[in-house]
Design a protein around this ligand. Structure first.
Ligand SMILES: [Zn+2]
Length: 474
């Protein structure tokens, strides 16, 4: 129970801890350039005769032309080949859908296993998101100035990457998670990285001040911990959580919470937290509890994929997506091979936790189904790059897991596009295929409404009107 929750952000914590320790032989995976410089289209682009999933509602429009001018969608009309454009993309037999929005990532962390000691590489990470069709991400934990700079550089066109929303460091109790774990790695690690990852507060006033620092640092959401990890570790008081929610809402920001079990989720609902950054994983969610969450209009981001990846590693059956194989170095992915897992220094706790995760393999999808049936709004997130083995493309596998848990395809796709966008902004300019919206578009081979894995068969990725120049593997 305890170990399982402890390791949730282990990838994030360890990567930064280890990066800070010059004593270790830190490695730099040999990444290939995933993207070439995007071309600014001259004139207009038309996706010709596409099946269009607008994500406005769950329906599909057949035989449509989608016109893009500059960075926006200009027209969505029945196909008319007599009208020509400067750039014509043959979309017959394919589906055009909005770019994906991953509601839980860590752009400045790494998902390489702890025994590999690899440094985070944000350039590669941002490229991998775009390469994989993720055009917007919600960064739920990282240094405020570092992620804020990345956000601005992408927004200003100085670097390629998804649109970034971000929380800055996670607000937690003094000595609470994840500081509770970092301190296990010694005073040096504690001094070097704790404040980058989290801000520890004792009083409601300190918490309010932490919110204000994030507001002035440009944060778009506030992240808190509503769980005691390991069990018995200090946790934020109700008074402090309420103070965070009040201050964040006063500045128009939502609050996301790292939770563990159903009682944490209910506490979040009671205190006005807007978003659960993980699903209920360490207990069964009852229909009554789920109804309470639904009534509170709290949005749940189950992140089933990160637990699945942990289980795969621990059970020595790690099976990355083809997109991950295409975007990560082959030699580095070898690190998940059984011989390395067997030789890993951190095995006892890791395996113990892996076994527990495996033991709850059936609980997680049932909890998602229970939440869905009660009317809880579900948005799609992966915890990519913040969790060992969960890489930038893994929202695609999260979609597969959600559908397997009983979420209808269209609903899952909305959760990864329009519904997610509405959580991030009151009036989002992205997340749907509508006239005037940002041209964040994926052309995929096949129909994700009948086969969710079709989202991985990317033919064209367009971000803010620019076609992403994806360097396919040789
Ligand atoms: Zn996370």
């Amino acid at each position: 129970m305890v170990r399982r929750a402890c390791f949730l952000l282990l990838g994030l914590v360890l990567s930064v801890v280890l990066a800070a320790c010059a004593l270790f032989p830190v490695k730099y995976p040999e990444y290939r350039a995933l993207l070439s410089e995007g071309k600014t289209a001259v004139g207009k682009t038309v996706f010709r005769d596409a099946r269009v999933f607008t994500a406005v509602d769950g329906t599909v429009l057949e035989h449509q032309d989608v016109w893009v001018s500059g960075s926006t969608i200009e027209e969505l009309v029945p196909t008319d080949p007599s009208r020509t454009a400067e750039v014509e993309i043959d979309a017959r037999g394919k589906t055009l859908m909005p770019g994906l929005v991953d509601m839980h990532v860590h752009t400045t962390a790494t998902s390489w296993p702890p025994w590999y000691l690899a440094m985070p590489d944000t350039k590669h990470t941002l490229e991998a998101f775009l390469y994989s069709g993720i055009t917007t991400v919600n960064d739920l934990g990282g240094a405020l100035d570092e992620v804020g700079t990345l956000r601005n550089e992408v927004a200003d066109g100085k670097r390629q990457g998804p649109r970034i929303f971000f929380a800055g460091p996670i607000i937690t109790a003094r000595g609470g998670y994840p500081a509770s774990l970092i301190s296990e790695y010694g005073v040096l690690a504690q001094a070097a990285v704790t404040d980058k990852i989290c801000t520890q507060v004792t009083t409601p006033r300190e918490a309010t001040e932490a919110v204000l620092r994030r507001v002035s640092g440009g944060a778009t959401i506030i992240k808190i911990v509503v769980a005691d990890i390991p069990s018995g570790a200090p946790r934020l008081t109700e008074e402090t959580i309420a103070a965070v929610v009040k201050e964040a809402h006063a500045h128009g920001l939502k609050v996301a919470a790292h939770i563990d079990d159903a009682s944490d989720a209910l506490l979040c609902a009671k205190l006005g937290v807007d978003l659960l950054a993980h699903g209920v994983i360490t207990s069964a969610l009852t229909p009554e509890e789920a109804k309470t969450l639904a009534a509170a209009k709290i949005v749940m981001v189950p992140t089933m994929v990160n637990y699945e990846r942990f289980a795969q590693i621990a059970q020595k059956r790690y099976t990355p997506l083809q997109l991950t194989i295409d975007t990560e170095p082959k030699a580095s992915l070898e690190q998940f091979a059984p011989k390395y897992v067997d030789a890993a220094v951190l095995t006892p706790g890791f395996f113990k936790w892996g076994d527990e995760i495996e033991a709850h393999v059936k609980t997680r999808p049932v909890n998602v189904k229970t939440a869905l049936e009660a009317g809880v709004q579900i948005a799609v997130g992966s915890d990519a790059m913040g969790s060992v083995g969960t890489f930038a493309p893994d929202i695609h596998h999260e979609l597969e897991l959600l559908v397997a848990a009983g979420m209808p395809n269209a609903d899952a796709l909305m959760g990864a596009t329009s519904r997610a966008a509405k959580v991030l902004m009151d009036k989002p300019h992205f997340g749907t295929i509508e006239v005037g919206k940002s041209a964040d578009l994926l052309l995929v081979d096949g129909d994700p409404l009948t086969d969710i894995s079709a989202t991985q068969k990317l033919v064209v990725v367009m971000a803010r009107g620019k076609t992403v120049q994806r360097n396919l593997p040789k």
